[in-house]
Design a binder for this molecule. Structure first.
Ligand code: DGJ
Length: 763
């Protein structure tokens, strides 16, 4: 296991989980990719280069260019004959743009280094091993260190690079991507995630061919339009079979991912910071570190890929203490009141909510400065005492008096022109001097590449948090970057602004969680426009979408949870008709869909009927019963949840396979279904164990379920009855449930949902 160097073949083999990754120094010079896939024992697989070996520059002098466009490279550069997408592009002071990387040396060590100022996965010396390969351009005195960390228990390889200018003159980095995979063959599809506001993370699948497929953002944030995920998959791939080579970027700004079939039979996929709007001036004797790309391999389809990402992110990325803990059930006042609230209204909401089992009130936008509507106040982080008499200190005390926690919304990266902050510091906004910046939601983005701007805003936020008992922060970000210009950067560094901005965001997120380690922290960007692994490092949960419609949420949550654990996915029950779609769905369905996320409410509890309030009481109990499973279990998609037609079904199975929670949402009711039901083949159970349905919510309940207490079940199990029990609860083997399936009885009506809890019979 781990990483092996074969001295004779000059090759490296990385073993991660049950996958292997092999590279080789080709022709004594070029670091080439040879193999990625299921575990192999071999360390020398150079035979796979086949005919390419014949055109090695040293063997056929005079034909170097031919080899360049055929070789599979680990960190390709342009200008020497490789016309596919490159990882590194430079420009010298003389204006030339060629650099030639030659293999130089390597080191292997246990553990994983931190990335300076950047979020990254972490692991200790027992969990992971790191390989650093040094390549050099001797003429430029440029050194590139390629880092590969393997997680021994997971099919994961994390990559980043460090580019060092060891010369005496500056070099401009025009492109510095983090990873390249030159996969062998071309018979692939490529998966990526795209969308829009309130429609995030819609899965797209297309064929790989010579036309480059690009997924990117140049909006300053990862964006709702594209997510930094790309996967090459074999044509037959589905949830349970086929090869998957996935990349996910641990970064929260402009990104670029592409995929293309080259002319020599391989397929190149790259990922990194978007070269568009990026040039980095690398002074003599300085370095640039690229953010991390996480590569996951699965030979068992998309389901296994998802579970690998979830395990990695839960255990090796989310660093806040809440990562693995119970989270309070919250009610957020945004869709309940928008800007129209005062302390009386908030306390009424909290009082009713607490009676239903809700545990935290989150005060959203509108509590500060002159913020009565959205064209003012951003930048002025002091409480508006016209709206909240007595201030936040008093409000938090009153809310705590109801045995509820208190959470608060902030949008620290922004400023309205109509604010004290902007009036005092108009040059603190990202803008080009003498050009009027474009407004979006009547706001500008603050220039967080500048430390004094960050310090000033952070001091205000810290003051608020120091003076009120705030236990949760929702950090929002509601516009994209335009008018890229910083009043502070010299002309040859203006193109660094977007990346410096992201580093500034990370700096403040880091200060926040360092100064307030117990704070539960949720990120948000007009919904899920910054739902990425970079943010997840700081923030254990992220608001997935402003679209709270339960039916729309099926696709959004499926796309989001392709890489991200359910425990990270902000998901609330909201009022109907839904504010984004106008759709009316049953209260139960909204609760059942939200249970597959962090769970909470986003509605005015004071306006609900008694029946609905009773449902909240049931749902909050259900949350406490099942959240440990949702948070820690393995996700299995049991239907096409990315493009659901009549129904969507997924399950979460505990790691020890002792229980499984199945969610079934009926999107359309069709007549024939009532007679037959829908057969769902479960996954991930113990084939040799027996299971029974312990609780069934929202459907036609099998005898002896739901109303029964856990104590009753235990007594019944202890009696050791097998097969159909005397009290009518059927025991079914895991093998039967996975191969024969389980028939979900359909109920009349669109948008109904069912939740089935399967429990393993104790032996
Ligand atoms: C956008 C967020 O996604 C919403 O949840 C809400 O917080 C608003 N911003 C407030 O302005």
């Amino acid at each position: 296991m781990g990483i092996i160097y074969n001295e004779k073949a000059k090759s490296f083999k990385l073993d991660a989980g049950n996958s292997s990754y092999v590279m080789q120094v080709f022709d004594n010079k070029f670091l080439s990719h040879i193999y990625y896939g299921k575990h192999v024992p071999d360390t020398d697989m150079s035979y796979l280069l086949g005919p390419i070996s014949g055109v090695a520059p040293s063997k056929v002098p005079g034909f170097e260019v031919m080899a360049m466009d055929a070789l599979p490279f680990e960190y390709p550069v342009p200008g020497l004959g490789d016309y596919r997408d490159a990882c590194l592009e430079i420009q010298t002071k003389t204006g030339h743009r060629v650099c030639e990387l030659e293999y130089d040396s390597y080191s292997i060590y246990s553990g994983k280094p931190k990335l300076d100022g950047l979020p990254a996965t972490f692991g200790n010396e027992k969990e992971c091993t790191t390989l650093e390969i040094v390549c050099k351009d001797p003429l430029l005195n440029l050194e590139v260190v390629l880092r590969y960390t393997v997680f021994e228990e997971l099919n994961v390889i994390c990559r980043s690079s460090v580019i060092k200018n060891k010369g005496s003159e500056e070099i401009y980095l025009k492109c510095a991507l983090s990873a390249c995979l030159d996969a062998s063959g071309q018979d692939y599809d490529v998966l990526s995630l795209h969308g829009a506001w309130a429609k995030e993370c819609q899965l797209t699948r297309q064929s790989v061919n010579a036309n480059r497929v690009i997924s990117e953002s140049s909006r300053g944030v990862t964006s709702a339009q594209s997510s930094p995920f790309m996967a090459l998959v074999s044509k037959e791939v589905n949830e349970t079979c086929g090869d998957v080579y996935a990349m996910n970027f641990v970064y929260s700004g402009n990104f670029y991912a592409s995929c293309e079939a080259g002319q020599s039979g391989s397929t190149r996929m790259v990922m990194g910071i978007n070269p568009n709007n990026f040039t980095w001036k690398l002074e003599a004797d300085s370095l640039f570190e690229t953010p991390e790309v996480v590569m996951v391999y699965s030979s068992e389809g998309l389901g296994a890929m998802t579970r690998t990402f979830h395990d990695l992110y839960r255990n090796h990325l989310i660093r806040c203490p809440y990562g693995n803990q119970d989270r309070p059930i919250l009610v957020n006042n945004w869709e309940a009141t928008y800007f129209d609230f005062n302390e009386t209204k908030l306390l009424e909401l909290a009082t009713e909510a607490s009676k239903c089992g809700i545990e935290m009130l989150v005060l959203d936008d509108g509590w500060f400065g002159a913020r009565s509507i959205d064209d003012r106040g951003l930048g002025d982080w002091y409480v508006n005492e016209d709206k909240i008499k007595g201030g936040l200190g008093k409000l938090t005390k009153d809310v705590n008096g109801l045995s509820m926690k208190f959470g608060l919304w902030i949008e620290p990266e922004m400023v309205n022109p109509n604010s004290d902050l902007y009036r005092e510091h108009p040059d603190w906004a990202i803008q080009i001097p003498n050009r009027t910046g474009k407004l979006s939601r009547t706001q500008y983005v603050l220039d967080w590449s500048r430390k004094e701007v960050r310090d000033s805003v952070y001091a205000q936020i810290k003051h608020v948090l120091d003076n009120a008992h705030v236990e949760y922060i929702k950090w929002d970000m509601n516009r994209h970057l335009t008018d890229l210009g910083s009043y502070d950067l010299p002309s040859d560094r203006q193109q660094e602004l977007s990346h410096r901005y992201v580093l500034g965001v990370y700096d403040i997120m880091n200060r926040l969680i360092t100064d307030f380690p117990d704070l539960l922290y949720e990120n948000c960007s007009s919904g899920g426009a910054r739902f990425d692994a970079g943010v997840l490092y700081y923030s254990p949960q992220i608001w997935a979408s402003d679209d709270t419609d339960a039916i729309e949420r099926i696709r959004i949550q499926a796309g989001t949870s392709l890489c991200f654990p359910l425990s990270s996915m902000g998901s609330h029950v909201s009022a109907v008709p839904n504010h984004q779609t106008g759709r009316i769905t049953p209260f139960e369905t909204r609760g059942i869909v939200a249970l597959s996320g962090t769970f909470g409410y986003e509605l005015d509890v004071t306006k609900l009927s008694q029946e609905e309030k009773d449902l909240i009481k049931k749902q909050t109990k259900m949350f406490h019963k099942y959240n440990h499973l949702v948070r820690n279990g393995d996700l299995y998609r049991l239907s096409d949840v990315f493009h659901p037609e009549d129904y969507a079904c997924w399950s979460v199975v505990s790691k020890d396979r002792s229980e499984a929670l199945i969610t079934f949402v009926q999107i359309h009711s069709r007549p024939g279904f009532f007679a037959t039901g829908t057969n769902i083949k479960l996954q991930g159970l113990d084939p040799n164990a027996k299971y029974y349905v312990e609780q069934h919510v929202g459907g036609i309940e099998p005898i002896g379920t739901d109303s029964e207490s856990v104590g009753d079940q235990e007594k019944r199990q202890a009696s050791g009855l097998g097969g159909m029990e005397s009290n009518g609860v059927q025991q079914i083997s895991g093998a039967a449930l996975m191969n024969g399936g389980y028939v979900i009885q359909r109920v009349p009506g669109d948008y109904t949902a069912q939740l089935l809890h399967f429990v393993r019979v104790k032996e």
